[in-house]
Design a protein around this ligand. Structure first.
Ligand code: DOR
Ligand code: ZN
Length: 444
């Protein structure tokens, strides 16, 4: 079956397109993108409501799906339901499950669950070390063979410089990036929030930005030594961005990501509106306005490659404890697009085309997976954005099994209109009026 999406603004930087085009999908592939494409008799024509943007499917390269082992927080099914509602056609999932994804058995289990859910594509990321214990390397060849697209010990850093050196060398042989959760553990110690005014006045143990940047510098140096590829996850501190810029200026194969919460929020949230709100406890922590502004500058000037959510679902009961005892992390899949449109595109920090690079083109490139492009013959993974939609974030409406977000009740401009994976409509936003009935019917 063919489907023609008509009347949208196509933003497809990989193919140099930004303008009004029709997109013709044949089965699970893009057949053509062009002006005034004529439908034949078996083509379903979808007239898009005015003002929508058609772009290559968004890819979130940093998601915790929690399965196997912590299904009370999230499952592959609920996490991918949240993903498509958030406009993501694919997610890469972190290995800090229980058991850890350090072998083909776990990777295959996740892929099986993803196939059963049949919503977003799921790309497992394997562990660097066995059990993420930091002692010996996992079998990276086996992980790659089973379908892993990168390796990381996320949740914690790669324990030693030697292990990181070997991981970069070994992963490099298989063309995989090493994704690093940068944290110098003696500096981080038992800190729970950014070391600064607010943590001090609230009596919370601090984590300085240098805990992150020192580890980033170690890993950038080792990437230079080995010729391996390192991707710095969830940057929070301005010093870390400086380290990445330094590495890039010397030709080191380093890329980096920032989360929406680190370019929107600051550590002021520790004190207000809800003091000690455990939904602003995450690792790395929210930092100061200068750090947040550095992230905005890095997004604007091209030094930051990717926006990823670090979607870290935790159960209500686990978060509803004293700040010190709560687990780190917040959900992100269902708020990311609105935060990007409201905080980056509408104020003119970055263009829509750059957003598509950050959320689709670059993650596909770093993980070497399909996507990031609406080229003819590419998989028909398409996200339709509604940049002017008025969105009120509501945890009640979220599909994620966990509700730990600090953005509940926020009013934002911009959201997701529809999500199409491999030519299948997997999400249509009921708040966007004017979609053809056929499109909605397909969801049932
Ligand atoms: O806040 C975080 N939560 N940071 C991490 O690195 C891990 C994650 C989790 O797994 O909950
Ligand atoms: Zn992490």
């Amino acid at each position: 079956m063919k489907r023609l999406l008509r009347g949208g603004r196509v933003v497809d930087p990989a193919n140099g397109r930004d303008g009004m085009f029709d997109v013709l999908v044949d089965g699970d592939r893009i057949l053509r993108v062009g002006r005034d494409l004529a439908p034949d008799s078996d083509t379903q024509v979808v007239e898009l409501p005015a003002g929508l943007v058609v772009c290559p499917g968004l890819i979130d390269m940093h998601v915790h799906l929690r399965e196997p082992g912590q299904e009370h927080k999230e499952t592959v099914a609920t996490g991918t339901a949240a993903a498509v509602a958030g406009g993501f056609t694919a997610v890469a999932c972190m290995p800090n499950t229980s058991p850890v994804n350090d072998n083909a058995g776990v990777t295959e289990f996740i892929l099986k669950k993803a196939a059963e859910a049949h919503l977003a594509r799921v790309y497992p990321i394997g562990a660097v070390s066995r059990g993420q214990q930091g002692d010996e390397l996992a079998d990276i060849a086996e992980l790659k063979q089973a379908g892993c697209v990168a390796i990381t010990d996320d949740g914690r850093p790669v324990a030693t410089a030697m292990l990181m050196r070997r991981a970069l060398e070994y992963a490099g042989m298989f063309g995989l990036a090493v994704i690093e959760h940068c944290e110098e553990q003696t500096l981080k110690a038992d800190g729970v929030a950014h070391e600064g005014f607010h943590a001090s006045t609230l009596g919370l143990r601090g984590i300085p930005g240098e805990a992150e940047s020192i580890m980033a510098l170690r890993d950038i140096s080792l990437a230079a030594l080995t010729g391996g590829v390192v991707h710095i996850a969830h940057m929070s501190a301005r010093q870390t961005l400086d380290a990445v810029r330094y590495g890039k200026s010397r030709g080191v194969l380093v890329t980096c990501e920032v989360t929406p919460h680190h370019f929107v929020l600051t550590d002021e949230m520790l004190a207000a509106p809800i003091p000690y709100d455990t939904n602003v406890k995450m690792n790395p922590p929210l930092r100061e306005a200068v750090d947040r502004d550095a992230m905005l500058a890095g997004l604007a000037d091209g030094s930051i490659d990717v926006i990823a959510t670090d979607h870290a679902p935790h159960h209500y009961d686990e978060k509803r404890v004293e700040f010190d005892h709560a687990p780190f992390g917040i959900t992100g899949l269902e708020t990311a697009v609105s935060l990007c449109l409201d905080r980056l595109v509408h104020p003119g920090v970055v263009t829509l085309s750059r957003i598509v690079e950050l959320l689709s083109v670059n993650p596909a490139r770093i993980l070497k997976v399909a996507g990031g492009s609406l080229a003819e013959g590419a998989p028909a993974d398409i996200t339709v954005l509604a940049p002017d939609l008025r969105v009120k974030v509501s945890v009640e409406r979220m599909r994620s099994k966990s509700k730990n977000t600090p953005f509940d009740g926020w009013q934002l401009r911009g959201g997701v209109a529809a999500t199409i994976v491999g030519g299948r409509v997997v999400y249509v936003n009921e708040d966007v009026s004017g979609f053809s009935r056929t499109l909605r019917r397909e969801l049932r």
